[in-house]
Design a protein around this ligand. Structure first.
Ligand code: NAP
Length: 254
């Protein structure tokens, strides 16, 4: 009897999710239908293999309904480590529908003896402490993350790196915007930090290779790094590589 086609839903929006979709299509071929879902924040997302679902599901119940109506057999949460809401929804929806779920957990950056890291649990705590640590911080926390700093970090001159030019002026007193899309090499980051006379780096604890250049650059220049720690992930099985995701999907598929 021919094997029934199975369906994998990948919660995406990251480089690793895109790579997983490609590798899953290549590895499993017609045995597995691969659907990647994106929040819809990027105007022109790069094309993905398999099916693509764009836009939110409408909370955990909406996701549970989507899983049921589309007969999803397994879900891999490959969203960004700071996309805490969709991960919580995925955990609830999979429990409710009894759907196997795996979380891809991007490896963290490792602090070395050469690094001065100041770790904070929240954006607010980091923003309040920042004026004592830096006068010209290089801020790499996205537009939403940056808003916490506009009210809490009085007296700083901000160099804000964003993915795209903001549509309207940002609510900062003293700032400039640098536009850039990853990957960023350490060499280029060093040039940029020097050019803008940054005296500290502010970053989310995103981890991964594509944005590690700023961590390496700060290390080389001896700049302090203000790190906002990752939110807690839901319980459940986790892997730290795309290969681990494929092995899990293979196991679920057999
Ligand atoms: P979030 O706060 O966890 O999610 C907010 C809402 O957006 C969710 O409740 C869900 O809406 C929708 N959503 C998020 N990810 C989705 C996905 N992959 N597919 C369908 N709907 C999704 O997420 P966020 O921090 O705004 O991030 C949005 C997306 O950008 C994520 O997919 C993430 O992987 C990517 N991203 C985030 C960051 C970051 O720093 N946060 C960085 C790089 C990429 P409903 O409740 O309506 O389902």
């Amino acid at each position: 009897m021919p094997q029934l086609k199975r369906k994998l839903l990948i919660l995406g929006g990251t480089k690793e999710a895109a790579s997983l979709a490609q590798q899953a299509v290549d590895k499993f071929g017609p045995q597995l239908e691969v659907i990647t879902s994106l929040a819809g924040r990027t105007k022109f997302p790069k094309p993905l293999p398999g099916e693509v679902h764009i836009g939110g599901f409408g909370g955990s119940q909406g996701l549970a309904d989507y899983i049921s109506h589309n007969s999803i057999d397994m879900l891999i949460d490959a969203t960004h480590p700071f996309a805490a809401q969709i991960s919580a929804h995925a955990a609830q929806a999979c429990t409710q529908t009894n759907t196997p779920r795996l979380t891809f957990c991007r490896p963290k950056w490792q602090q070395t003896e050469a690094d001065t890291w100041h770790r904070f649990k929240t954006f607010e705590e980091a923003a309040k402490a920042l004026p004592k640590l830096s006068k010209r911080p290089f801020l790499t926390v996205g537009k939403q993350g940056a808003e916490h700093f506009s009210t809490n970090s009085v007296g700083c001159y901000f160099i804000l790196r964003l993915l795209e030019e903001p549509a309207a002026p940002l609510p900062f007193k003293n700032y400039e915007v640098v536009i850039g899309k990853p990957p960023f090499s350490a060499e280029d980051e060093i040039v940029l930090f020097k050019k803008h006379q940054a005296d500290a780096l502010v970053t989310k604890e995103s981890g991964g290779k594509t944005t590690e250049g700023k961590i390496l650059a700060a290390r080389q220049l001896g700049l302090p790094v203000i790190v906002i720690e990752r939110p807690k992930m839901p319980d459940g099985e986790k892997v730290g590589s795309v290969e681990g995701c494929l092995a899990w999907a293979n196991q679920c598929n057999s």
